[in-house]
Write a protein that binds this ligand. Structure first.
Ligand code: HEC
Length: 158
């Protein structure tokens, strides 16, 4: 009997596990995150545009880069994504869909460098969201400095 229960549980868990993408979003059913989910699906299906494909962040997480990334993040991202990257900045409540919890996102295996570069450069226009396109506003190196700061866990200034 016990074995049957275990087997049943495994069967039931099967499809859910298969749907789980490598971005590891816990609240997969939350409509506020539908745009982000769509973005992840498009990435898994089509990859990123050629201009971003295979691009890597080569910056070390040293104090100079972290400090630059922190300044840029506070200036350009924090009002929406919040001081800790949890999607709770001052402007967040006015936005639907909500700003993503990028502090968490950058720690998941699906959030490759090229994925972040694409999302930040091109923004949310193709997904009908208010995520701005930073291409032309920030250089690629400035975006990598922000990515370095995010991946380091948004450390406070020393
Ligand atoms: C005007 C508010 C706003 C600002 C400013 C903003 N974002 Fe966003 N961002 C959003 C919203 C809303 C979403 C969720 C919808 C989407 O994925 O397009 C989002 C999504 C994202 C995503 C994709 C998340 C995912 O789940 O894949 C990344 C990465 C991101 N933002 C990074 C940044 C960075 C870095 C900055 C600063 C350079 C920034 N954002 C500035 C509103 C904003």
């Amino acid at each position: 009997m016990r074995a049957v229960v275990v087997m049943l549980a495994a069967l039931l868990a099967g499809p859910a596990a298969a749907q789980d993408d490598s971005f590891g979003r816990a609240d997969d059913q939350d409509p506020r995150f539908a745009a982000g989910k769509l973005r992840h699906r498009v990435y898994e299906r089509d990859g990123v545009p050629d201009a971003y494909a295979g691009k890597r962040n080569l910056f070390p997480a040293d104090e100079a880069i972290l400090s630059a990334g922190r300044g840029l993040y506070i200036q350009h991202c924090g009002d929406c994504h919040g001081p800790d990257g949890m999607g709770d900045g001052d402007d967040a409540s006015a936005l639907s869909p909500s700003p993503a919890m990028i502090g968490e996102l950058v720690q998941s295996p699906g959030a490759a460098d090229e994925y972040l570069l694409w999302s930040i450069s091109d923004g949310g226009r193709q997904f009908a969201t208010r995520m701005p396109a930073f291409k032309g506003k920030l250089t690629e190196n400035q975006i990598w400095a922000i990515v370095t700061y995010l991946r380091a866990g948004l450390p406070p200034a020393e």
